[in-house]
Design a protein around this ligand. Sequence first.
Ligand SMILES: NC(=O)c1ccc[n+]([C@@H]2O[C@H](COP(=O)([O-])OP(=O)(O)OC[C@H]3O[C@@H](n4cnc5c(N)ncnc54)[C@H](OP(=O)(O)O)[C@@H]3O)[C@@H](O)[C@H]2O)c1
Length: 283
Amino acid sequence: MMSTNSRRKRCDIPATTMVGFLGGGRMAQAMARGIISSGLLQPAQIWASDPNPPNHKLIQSLGVTTTSKNEEVVKNTQVIIIAVKPNVVKSLLKEVSPFITKDKLIVSIAAGVRISTIEELLPPESRVIRVMPNTPALVQAGASVLASGSAVLKGDNDLVAELLSGIGISEEGSEANLDAVTGVSGSGPAYAFAAIEALSDGGVKMGLPRALSTKLAAQTLLGAAKMVLETGKHPGQLKDEVCSPGGTTIHAMHALEKAGFRAALIDAVEAAAKHSQFLGKLS
Ligand SMILES: NC(=O)c1ccc[n+]([C@@H]2O[C@H](COP(=O)([O-])OP(=O)(O)OC[C@H]3O[C@@H](n4cnc5c(N)ncnc54)[C@H](OP(=O)(O)O)[C@@H]3O)[C@@H](O)[C@H]2O)c1
């Protein structure tokens, strides 16, 4: 059973809670920006380590304390977010493991790195939460799913969900569901980008200027998504409500059905989820 942070009672994060990012790249910057701009934490409550000078400067511009030493972040914070590329996670964990104590909560956003892999590289009973975010987190419109490790404490999930609310919505789920999550929300932005591009092509074919057509297509997907989330209505019902008898939209829907539109999306989710399962077995 999943639960969403949009229905969750806000847990106020104490002003003494310190959050650290190991890796200060795109995701760390997006998360730090979202967490600060939504007032969840003050910049002084955030640390980040990164070896890359341009990223250092970018995250520092948010008021975050930066260092090139991962150890320093771990020692000065309680919630430690692993925000390096997946292939760096193992060496990073080996490096910081000696400084991980029971008062630390480790949150990994690295795609495809399993909780068991992280737990094996840390001291016994380490508190680990794995998060699967998606790219719209970069514009604070992400969809994340979090899965807990074996030693998390009461309140750990709520704290992480609260932090994730700075970059969009989050749901709790089991790690076994994360391959399917990858198929829907992890890879999903690419399907939506392809849909926007194709809708824009349709507009151009029928005489619209490219820029106008792309803007209309993107705003239409955004608006439709907002209607699903905000009305709580079944998407099929919302579709029926815009299909008047003998009208333009039902003619368009018939064209989509003939082209196998819905089956193609189901196939896409299945293909991504199966490939994610395959990659997980290799790691
Ligand atoms: N971007 C997304 O939309 C997205 C979505 C879902 C999940 N994720 C996950 O988020 C994680 C971060 O992705 P990203 O896009 O933010 O990557 P990124 O922009 O490349 O940021 C990673 C940063 O970590 C630095 N780094 C490398 N080795 C390090 C080390 N040993 N200690 C500390 N920092 C180190 C990198 O420096 P160098 O550049 O010098 O190597 C880089 O600045 C990945 O695991 C990815 O799977 C990302």
